[in-house]
Design a protein around this ligand. Structure first.
Ligand code: BTN
Length: 265
């Protein structure tokens, strides 16, 4: 089993700045919380926080994030892009796309992106992303992108996740190097970083859209307590999801949680 020791991560890392400053912990509450403290104290863009275990791992929409110790990628990346708050969704596109590409490159497994940013294989979750930003007026001051990626454990042995999650080792039939996965992820985020800027946004959007498994599916989207049912038709360049409702209405959803409608689709 490989540990995520900074010296191992640095050895073979192809990036210029991403992952060059590593804060590594055997156990923390949440890597996102540590990264936020570091960002507030002025840590540079590209700094990462890594943990072998989280005792209070957080997911989207107030959920908890469970991962067995020393088996997953649990990381938070500090970004300081010169972006308007209205464009912050592009970070979600950048990081989910980069994670999908890194997984494919290292393991040969091709995950789909579930809108807005989960990685799925079949119906099961391989990775989740929690982005948290701090802004001043209309500009982002910094963003923390927290990524939890299931790598080397047997989900069927864990009642907490057996029904809903998968891991790379379960899919590939062998362990996968977390160090290599992290190195590829950081290289991919850094290489695609310029695609955040408005002049290049179409390329980022197009690549992210290509990997979205949600499109063409009958879905239910919960958005701030409201449920919308319909066909996921497309995504707009700003990342919002376009639904064709059961009543024929077109609905645009900026933030929400998607579930597939298996029973009635
Ligand atoms: C989700 O799918 O709900 C998002 C899960 C994000 C989990 C990661 S693990 C590393 C980072 N630290 C956290 O507390 N959460 C994110």
């Amino acid at each position: 089993m490989d540990l995520l020791l900074p010296a191992l991560v640095a050895d073979g890392l192809r990036t210029r700045s991403f992952g060059r400053q590593i804060h590594y912990f055997e156990a923390v509450g949440s890597t996102n919380d540590i990264a936020k403290e570091l960002a507030q104290a002025g840590a540079p863009e590209g700094t990462i926080v890594l943990a072998e275990e989280q005792t209070q791992g957080r997911g989207r929409l107030g959920r908890t994030w469970f991962a067995p110790p020393r088996s997953c990628l649990l990381l938070s990346l500090i970004l300081r892009p010169n972006l308007a708050v209205a464009d912050a969704f592009r970070l979600t596109m950048l990081c989910s796309l980069s994670a999908a590409v890194a997984v494919e490159r290292v393991s040969g497994i091709t995950p789909a992106i579930k809108w807005p940013n989960d990685l799925l294989v079949g119906a099961k979750k391989l990775a989740g992303i929690l982005s948290e930003a701090s802004s001043l007026e209309n500009s982002l001051q910094y963003a923390i992108v927290g990524i939890g990626l299931n790598v080397n454990f047997d989900p069927s042995a864990l009642p907490e996740v057996a029904a809903s999650a998968t891991s790379l080792s379960a899919l590939a039939g062998h362990e996968v190097s977390r160090v290599r996965l992290l190195q590829e992820l950081l290289a991919e985020v850094e290489a695609r970083y310029p695609s955040l800027w408005p002049a290049n946004e179409d390329a980022l959007w197009a690549d992210w859209r290509c990997r979205l498994g949600t499109l063409g599916q009958q879905v239910t989207v919960s958005e701030g307590g409201r449920l919308e049912h319909g066909l996921a038709v497309d995504v707009a360049p700003d990342g919002s999801l376009l639904l064709q409702g059961d009543d024929g209405r077109r609905v645009t959803i900026a933030v929400g949680d998607v579930t597939l409608r298996r029973e009635d689709s």
